[in-house]
Design a binder for this molecule. Sequence first.
Ligand SMILES: C[S@@+](CC[C@H](N)C(=O)[O-])C[C@H]1O[C@@H](n2cnc3c(N)ncnc32)[C@H](O)[C@@H]1O
Length: 329
Amino acid sequence: MTVIPITLAPGKRRAAIENFYQDVVRGLTAPQKYLDSKYFYDAKGDALFQEIMQCHEYYLTGCEMEILSSQAAAIAAELCSSGEAFDIIELGAGDATKSIHLLKYLAEKGVDYTYYPIDISKNVISLLEKTLPANVPGLKLHGLNGEYFDMLKRVGNLSTRKKVLLFMGANIGNFNVAAARSFCRELRSMLSPGDRLLTGFDLKKHPQMILSAYNDGAGITRAFNFNLLERINRELDADFDISRFDHFPTYDPGTGACKSYLVSLANQKVRIGDDVVITFAEHETIYMEISQKYSLPEIAQLAATSGFEPVTYFFDSKRWFTDCLWECY
Ligand SMILES: C[S@@+](CC[C@H](N)C(=O)[O-])C[C@H]1O[C@@H](n2cnc3c(N)ncnc32)[C@H](O)[C@@H]1O
């Protein structure tokens, strides 16, 4: 497929916008149209995600918050068990409202570490730099705005300490199982024996409960999905009419894949910039996001096939969610 060069005002020809444009055109001209979920997070997307985390249907945040707030001491004990100095690197840190419990606990105990939050959202990193040091006295913070692996490489040039990676919020679920394995293997290739990874996994449970988490009654998840079309309109000069699309989440308990789609409600054409027109048939879908659910054996298999050894599983009291600590061997 040929990707047509971006035709935006010269001032907007930044690499980030160009990448966004190329990814959007690539996705919307694929046989199954799709959009990359990393683009959900502009300033409005960040704010909507905060609202999703407050929804009563979205149990994930409460479960992981319970783990971090009630088991920070146990997690810290594991991290400090080798006696070696480490830094904490959080992949897709968001507002760090969960990791802050661990950061605070370690700081209170006088553990010397630097916290490197990585996030693709500039907004998120500026906010963390502004607010976190005031809330965690003594915190050494170095925010990194960009993609996971690019920024992780940068941390490698900044510190030679052992690395403790946090990958929370069930972010790993935003990959299908094969892509999660490739992601973990790539992470592993950038780490050394003894480095650790604490990952949040949403566990398989009653299918209806899972589906409801991605279809909240207040329509916030719906707005979060539509915001990506609005972002394409805003940043790439497109003309999506969101009233001509519907939000359709699905969950397959067999595979554990919870997927969301936008459905075209009519035969329609959408223009992107000056050069691209995308044709939608009525009921054609755009695949927006996966939130993969796991069983404990599936998590162990993911660790084993990507070069990690599970050390400990931390669970919430309902055992709906787990933060797993893995070590590189
Ligand atoms: C689902 S939120 C989770 C936030 C936080 N970890 C939590 O548990 O609440 C995902 C975060 O990852 C960031 N993100 C998504 N894709 C990314 C990528 N490819 N590289 C860096 N950050 C990314 C988003 O901007 C967002 O802040």
